[in-house]
Design a protein around this ligand. Structure first.
Ligand code: 13P
Length: 241
């Protein structure tokens, strides 16, 4: 299966016009563009080759839920992917494992491809690899609880160590070798515990034009989830499989 390059624009850019020009410049096959929800509809008209992804979706399909957007509404718009469980939502919006689990199930039922983010925090990272392994396996088990095996082919895991996101601000270095060990562990866990035949795991965390090949050149890694570098089309377009 072709490796995925996913652009997570987060809360950027500042206007629909800017989003449309950014999308035109990043519109290539193999790419998934995840803009803020409000830009999904205009970008659907712009993108010819890249697929559209949402940064989140609600865990219930309809009802009195002010401000929510349902997975089926996204599907209706032509959205193919949804990011669920991003650490910025887990920590800033206190999204629990239970909520994430329900979001995963609802999105899969609606027909979306789920990009499920997991990753250890700095505290677990600093405690060493055993703690990191425990953290990851626990988080994964909670997110996938009761998810039916018929949906597994529509899930891709994004391993994003929380401490490795936007490291230009924190001074922490990315650590491809460490990440590869964890990705290998995730794949083994998914094969053993869920009997997944060919689990897909991407990497995210300060991926840019300089370091992407350390990840994408490795057969183990099925794609990259790119934050800040996806806001600069010249840089983002250098990230190729
Ligand atoms: P950065 O690439 O800015 O570190 O963000 C990673 C990320 O959170 C992608 O979802």
């Amino acid at each position: 299966m072709k490796k995925l390059i996913v652009a997570n624009w987060k809360l950027n850019p500042e206007s629909a016009k800017a989003a449309e020009s950014l999308a035109r410049l990043e519109d290539r096959s193999g790419v998934v563009i995840c803009p803020p929800t409000i830009y999904l509809a205009p970008l659907k008209k712009v993108l010819k080759r890249a697929k559209l992804g949402a940064q989140d979706a609600f865990w219930i399909e309809e009802g009195p839920y002010t401000g929510a957007v349902s997975p089926s509404q996204l599907v209706d718009l032509g959205v193919k992917y949804v990011i669920i469980g991003h650490s910025e939502r887990r920590y800033l919006l206190q999204e629990s494992d239970e909520v994430i689990n329900q979001k995963v199930e609802t999105a899969l039922k609606a027909g979306l491809q789920v990009i499920l983010c997991i990753g250890e925090d700095l505290e677990s990272h600093e405690k060493g690899s055993d703690q990191t392994r425990l953290f990851i396996v626990d988080q994964l088990g909670r997110a996938l609880k009761n998810v039916k095996s018929k949906y597994f082919k529509n899930i891709v895991i994004a391993y994003e160590p929380v401490w490795a996101i936007s490291t230009s601000n924190s001074g922490l270095e990315d650590a491809p070798d460490e990440s590869k060990k964890i990705i290998s562990l995730i794949k083994t866990f998914l094969k053993k515990r869920y009997l997944m035949h060919n689990p897909r795991v991407m990497y995210g965390g300060s991926v840019n034009a300089e370091n992407f090949d350390e990840y994408l050149a490795d057969d183990l890694i099925d794609g990259v989830l790119v934050g800040s570098a996806s806001l600069n089309p010249r840089e983002f377009n250098k990230i190729q499989t």
